[in-house]
Design a protein. Structure first.
Length: 278
């Protein structure tokens, strides 16, 4: 049985391996571009109330706090929260944060009301019931508010195993390999996440592939490139098909309609309108 993953035992390693790498830099860059668009839609009254659900070190929510907004950051890992508090304090942002030691499924018990924006990044793939967790967080979004979801892409996991020749592993259903402690327990199918959002009445505003080709590059490649070129190309391709759907992660953001709006979830014309922004 898959259980929700608590990173108390790997907090330091997780922080170093996830955030202090080229992978992390690409992830932060392309998702932040999306969040800038999201904030532009929401910033009609300051400060906004942000929920960083399963937020780890709060790398992106700190960038939002720097703009003057307030953040509630929750995490199942007490050790990860300690590291987050140190980082937030170092950046002089503690007054704008509330840190909550809680699973994301229960964070509503710690909130004073609904929030303008929920960040739910790279958490679902570590949960035993990702759909339930997402639905509970959707309930915390105020009408007109937005949820930003990033998840480990099943299609990307499948493609990686295909090009590595792991066909037997695929035929076995790609079971989680416990020796890779920082590899998510499972990939999430994009069509499932999209339907969970629209079934709840949310309108999908945009989608972005996170690391559409970087993770497929072989370490022994003889190509001529720099990391800056890789980052630029990732930004160029990340909102275009078929590259978007091959991202190792996918970032999707969706808006809860106002009470007067049509409550039937759909994908709006805004979807992928930022594809030319890099």
């Amino acid at each position: 049985m898959i259980e929700d993953r608590n990173f108390d035992d790997l907090a330091q390693k997780f922080a170093k391996n996830i955030y202090g790498t080229a992978k992390g830099q690409i992830r932060q860059t392309v998702v932040w571009q999306d969040l800038e668009q999201v904030l532009a839609m929401l910033e009609q009254a300051k400060p906004l109330h942000i929920l960083d659900a399963g937020g780890g070190l709060g790398q992106l929510s700190q960038k939002i706090a720097e703009l003057g907004h307030n953040v509630t950051l929750c995490d199942l890992s007490g050790e990860m929260l300690k590291l987050a508090e140190q980082e937030i304090a170092k950046n002089g942002l503690l007054e704008q944060y509330r840190l909550v030691h809680s699973p994301v499924q229960q964070v509503g018990e710690h909130l004073d009301g609904s929030v303008d924006l929920v960040l739910f990044h790279a958490v679902m793939e570590w949960l035993s019931d990702p759909k339930d967790a997402l639905e509970r967080l959707l309930e915390q979004v105020k009408p007109g508010g937005i949820i930003s979801v990033m998840f480990y892409n099943y299609n990307g996991l499948l493609f990686k195993n295909l090009i590595c020749g792991n066909l037997t592993h695929i035929e076995q259903g790609m079971p989680h390999r416990k020796r890779f402690k920082l590899q998510p327990q499972k990939g999430i199918k994009p069509e499932d996440v999209y339907s969970w959002l629209t079934d709840a009445g949310f309108n999908i505003l945009g989608k972005t592939g996170v690391r559409t080709f970087h993770d497929y590059m072989q370490s022994n490649m003889v190509g001529d490139y720099t990391f800056e070129q890789v980052l630029e190309m990732e930004q160029k391709l990340c909102r275009q098909e078929p590259y978007l759907s091959l991202g190792r992660y996918i970032h999707v953001y969706a808006q809860k309609p106002l009470a007067s709006d049509d409550k039937s979830g759909k994908e709006t014309d805004i979807d992928n309108s930022n594809k030319d922004n890099g």
